[in-house]
Design a protein around this ligand. Sequence first.
Ligand code: FAD
Length: 499
Amino acid sequence: MRAEVVVIGSGISGLTVAALLAKRNRQVVVLERNQKPGGALRHFVRRGIPFDIGFHYSGCLGSGKILRVLWEYLGIWIHLRVHPFPSEGNDCLTLRHSGKSVRAFFSYERLEDELQQAFPNEAEGVVTYLKTLRDICDSIPFYNLDLPLTPFLRGLFPPAGIGLAPFLTSLTKDPDLQAVLVSPAFLYGVSPRQASLAVHAMVAHAFISGAYAIDGGGQAIVDAFLSIFRKAGVEVLTGQEVESIIVTDGKVAGVKTSEMEISCSQAIYTGHPADLLDLVPEGTFRQAHCSRLQDLENTTSMFVVFGAVDNPASLRDLTWVNHYAIPSGLDILDVNLICPEESALLMTAPGRRYSDPALSNASRGIILMRPASWDEVAPFSIGAGGTRPASYKKWKSQSADKLLDQAKKLWGYSRIEPLAIGSPLTFRDKLGVPGGAVYGVRHCLNQYNPGAKTRLPGLWLSGQGTLMTGIVGASLSGLVTAGEIEGLEPLWDEVRQCR
Ligand SMILES: Cc1cc2nc3c(=O)[nH]c(=O)nc-3n(C[C@H](O)[C@H](O)[C@H](O)COP(=O)(O)OP(=O)(O)OC[C@H]3O[C@@H](n4cnc5c(N)ncnc54)[C@H](O)[C@@H]3O)c2cc1C
């Protein structure tokens, strides 16, 4: 088989880069090791209820915002029904120790009012925090589409800069306000002590500027891509794990799976960057570069309960509100190993936001999620998939019950039946990330994340481990990789014309 470009991985980054290159008339094949395409975006169904894995809500989908602009450019947008959270929608943050609740609205004005009311003695810190986020993002082309892309991308490294923790502690000594301001760290999985202010600003700003749900969730995004691929002639071959990249005369000549070989001049790898080393011939990269990829630190893992309620009306107030219980101070991602269920906790019901009556079953689904440590599952980690000890099943079920008890204590939902459970082991095996890191490689202070270019001509990287995590970050990584291949500024100019 022959293709011009082979994209390895069909998560949102792989789908995006494939669509962009196909639009530039490249002949593209996508290879995915799982039986279904979509990576972290695909859903699964239990007792007729579809559950999202890696998509609960997103920013950047308002008019003129980057993800919407990109999806309009690609022809994805018209396939999707996107719903903005209404003005009353919020992340309701309950502080575990004081019981105080603060609503993090998806609007700068409303959020500022709420924070001023909740923390009347901290007005200056609140204003400075919000202004700093806006100022940072105003200098980033993905948020200020008037700016060129190249200077920003070339200036990304080294990843030094201001740390989130010193910035916040300089603004306020109130541990409750600190906790509220660091809460977006839950969405990129880096402890505030290691996070950079710039990365935090990028994620927080996206949500404060507006949060959005999509009918059918992540699966609807995958289906929209598959539908444009049918017209563009992009083939997506599933159940095809790429085992090696063929290199001839010092450049990419093809890729091999256990079943097939595809000749190509460009290969784009979207999995965990450290795993790339197993795919290329020894000596492709210098030892220092190999060590850097091997030593990349990853984001936190999570323990997730996917449950069902008999009476969806009892979840009414969860439709446009995500409930978080968080510790005071900067510990939002710390796992309390003695009582893990007392770590930070998110309760969300993304399926309730679907408006399509055909998806009404989704409204019975509820998702509980807390940070988890590899240490919790290490005793059960021998082998992958089905060979785990019975004690693992017991541990999972007991841990799920404790989490449900917490949810009941905190928010009063008593009748949630657990239907599926995700642990660091599940995420390691299903997402293919070390330690089950839910957001892949960390983007943080003092860590060099690889860019799209590699030293091997024809080999490119994309995905959440490169530019940024989340649906927005991984999509933009696809845009950047396509831009590196086709010319960054010409592609950027074409895309932003869709504003
Ligand atoms: C529980 C959870 C909740 C989340 N919630 C949100 C949210 O609400 N909002 C948000 O914006 N983000 C959220 N995220 C993050 C978001 O889902 C991810 O950042 C994003 O989907 C990553 O996309 P990706 O393409 O980089 O990687 P992936 O989706 O992991 O795709 C990589 C693909 O490459 C394939 N692959 C790897 N190696 C090979 C190989 N050798 N051969 C063939 N195929 C290969 C993998 O099988 C995989 O399908 C969440 C993530 C998780 C896990």
